[in-house]
Design a protein. Structure first.
Length: 208
């Protein structure tokens, strides 16, 4: 489809432009993380991408590896210091994912790639989110980012896939920039606000 080719071309051009413009910010962020948290600077994590194939995404590391007496990692909110909170609030930690866009793992706009352990818990309709390349931001993110409940978030992902257009991408991109500038909807510790998808749906299965 011609529009899909245009979308990919725009992804490459915009990702390159944003990387070039944000390079000074990235350099400062890397130095701050190196000073506060040490190495590694980048956080790498496997997610599920288009066609339910694995993709490895990159972020700037925002948390320490602090653990409790039993050796368990402390909650995200306790491991995320001042620098990490600032990087998350301004979404600077997401900038390395532009490399994922250039590699073809991600699009700028699309359903956010989620953890592989969630794969078994989607409904048949929700699996439509895998019909398109995942994105750094998407329809669900501009409707509340980390505060949107799972059922609604996944429904918005499907809505995006079914109603996608270049015009929709433009509207999502503008709304995302507005949210990033205002800092709305960012949660330092999302798990403190809502259960992970697999845990939530396991509880639903038990209750029914």
């Amino acid at each position: 489809m011609a529009q899909r080719r245009v979308k990919r071309l725009l992804d490459i051009v915009l990702a390159l432009l944003i990387l070039i413009v944000s390079l000074p910010v990235l350099v400062v962020a890397v130095l701050l993380v190196r000073i506060q948290l040490g190495a590694p600077i980048l956080f790498r994590q496997e997610r599920t991408g288009q066609g339910q194939l694995p993709v490895r995404i990159f972020k700037i590391r925002t948390m320490s590896d602090e653990r409790d007496a039993a050796g368990n990692l402390l909650p995200d909110g306790l491991r995320c210091g001042l620098v990490g909170r600032m990087l998350r609030r301004l979404s600077i930690d997401e900038l390395p994912q532009l490399v994922n866009v250039l590699r073809g793992d991600l699009s700028l706009i699309g359903p956010r790639p989620l953890l592989p352990r969630y794969d078994a818990w989607y409904t048949e309709r929700e699996r439509r989110r895998f019909d398109m390349r995942p994105g750094i931001t998407g329809l669900a993110q501009i409707h509340g980012r980390n505060s949107v409940v799972w059922d609604k978030r996944l429904a918005l992902d499907v809505q995006y896939v079914e109603q996608w257009s270049l015009w929709m991408d433009l509207r999502i991109l503008v709304a995302t920039v507005t949210m990033v500038v205002s800092g709305r909807g960012v949660a330092v510790d999302p798990s403190a606000e809502m259960l992970d998808l697999d845990k939530e749906r396991k509880l639903k299965c038990i209750s029914t």
